[in-house]
Design a protein around this ligand. Structure first.
Ligand code: ACO
Length: 376
């Protein structure tokens, strides 16, 4: 085996087929079950996109109505999940809270070990319905606010914002939020989805795979980047500081969060759509200073390094303007990506092969315990 045989980070390695989504960096496109994500974001509610990712087709009116009614019926936070969250320190990272909450929810499901397609689809739908309550409860708890009960007269996006902030969202804000949830819902074999597929390949249950995926998403090289983007913008402080700040950051060889992508090298297909949604929020909140800082960092960094923004770059400031705590940004990603994860878990189970790659050993040569004599 030579160095050329080692595919560090599995870069460029194709490990399986998927019918869930197609990322094409050459044409800068992302298709969910064949539909361009931009078209879905412009025309569909989050619920219909979730249905599409799980079932392969957009729902008919009747199918959507049935799915929406079920989603609304499952929105409340279960008492044992609430109790488990309350046991955790207020200083705990929200990703740890969400990971624990999903684990508790799964451990309480008597059908957890049933990995049939029907059972897993039911679990996926319930997780999709529950996660907004978990994320909203966590942010409110940290702020010392009472939880807000879900409303079944509101769609997914409006209800999510209602449970988080306790007031009805402006349609502009809800529309931008909905776009972000759709763009975050799925992205082929990214690190967290692949984690979910690895766990599923051992025939472990869906909840174990989702909990593992949440762990993988937490890191700043993946989902944690949307939180990290906001810390960066806060640290820079204003557009005028971008140049000197970048000089220092690049001299220290720091990674600039929200830029770069393993697959897209000419720009992330989701960014223009999210950037347009961010622009509506900038107008709505009259957030010129933040927009100037955002644009200045983008143009300076692209000019200097030729590395383009990824989805986390516009979504971070968008969530900030909507009023979410910076620590809540990655849990929002979880609430959206749970759809993609579970679609992949179901696909993996349907044509499973244990995922078990090889490694090249580079440790000490064979050696022996002094004085040890093997039994004859
Ligand atoms: N800031 C500074 N330099 C960067 C950045 C960045 N954001 N991204 C890549 N580079 C540089 C690397 O330092 C490296 O330079 P070198 O060849 O001189 O050593 C080169 O570009 C290649 O970078 P890698 O990290 O090796 O490329 P890879 O494909 O493994 O990285 C990754 C992709 C991890 C996303 C990287 O671009 C990064 O760390 N970005 C910042 C974190 C981030 O925004 N993550 C979100 C990903 S998208 C998502 O989860 C929605």
């Amino acid at each position: 085996m030579t160095d050329a045989d080692i595919k560090k980070g599995l870069a460029g390695v194709v490990v399986d087929y998927t019918a869930v989504s197609k990322v094409n960096p050459d044409t800068n496109s992302l298709l969910y079950r064949g539909y361009p994500v931009q078209e879905l974001a412009a025309t569909q509610p989050v619920e219909a996109v979730a249905y599409l990712l799980w079932y392969g087709e957009l729902p008919s009116d009747d199918q959507l109505a049935e799915f929406v009614a079920e989603e609304r019926a499952h929105r409340g936070l279960d008492e044992n999940v609430k109790q488990a969250i309350d046991l955790l320190p207020l200083e705990a990272h929200p990703m740890d809270i969400v990971r624990t909450a999903v684990s508790v929810f799964g451990a309480s499901d008597p059908a957890a070990f049933d990995i049939s397609r029907e059972s897993d689809l039911g679990k996926a739908r319930r997780l999709f319905a529950k996660l907004p309550a978990i994320v909203a409860y966590d942010q409110r708890r940290r702020r010392g606010q009472e939880p807000v009960e879900p409303r079944d007269d509101l769609d997914y996006a409006h209800n999510f914002l209602w449970m988080t902030f306790g007031e009805e969202a402006d349609p502009i804000v809800a529309a931008a939020f909905s776009v972000s949830m759709i763009l975050y819902a799925e992205h082929s074999f990214n690190a967290s989805t692949f984690t979910a597929r690895v766990i599923t390949s051992t025939m472990a249950d869906l909840y174990s795979a989702v909990v593992g995926a949440i762990g993988a998403l937490k890191g700043p090289l993946h989902g944690g980047a949307n939180e990290a983007v906001m810390h960066t913008l806060d640290e820079i402080g204003g557009a005028a500081n971008v140049g000197p700040w970048l000089d220092e950051a690049l001299a220290e060889k720091r990674k600039i969060m929200g830029f770069g992508h393993r697959v897209y090298k000419k720009g992330d297909s989701r960014v223009p759509t999210m950037k347009a949604a961010l622009a509506t929020l900038v107008d709505h909140y009259d957030a010129r200073d933040l927009a100037d800082l955002y644009n200045e960092l983008e143009s300076e960094f692209v000019a200097r390094k030729g590395i383009y923004p990824n989805l986390d770059y516009p979504s971070g400031p968008a969530y900030h303007l909507m009023g979410f705590d910076t620590l809540t940004f990655t849990p929002l990603f979880v609430a959206a990506r749970v759809v993609g994860w579970t679609a992949h878990i179901i696909e993996q189970t349907a044509s499973n092969a244990l995922i078990r790659p090889l490694s090249a050993y580079n440790g000490p040569d064979e050696r022996h315990i002094e004085g040890y004599v093997a039994d004859a």
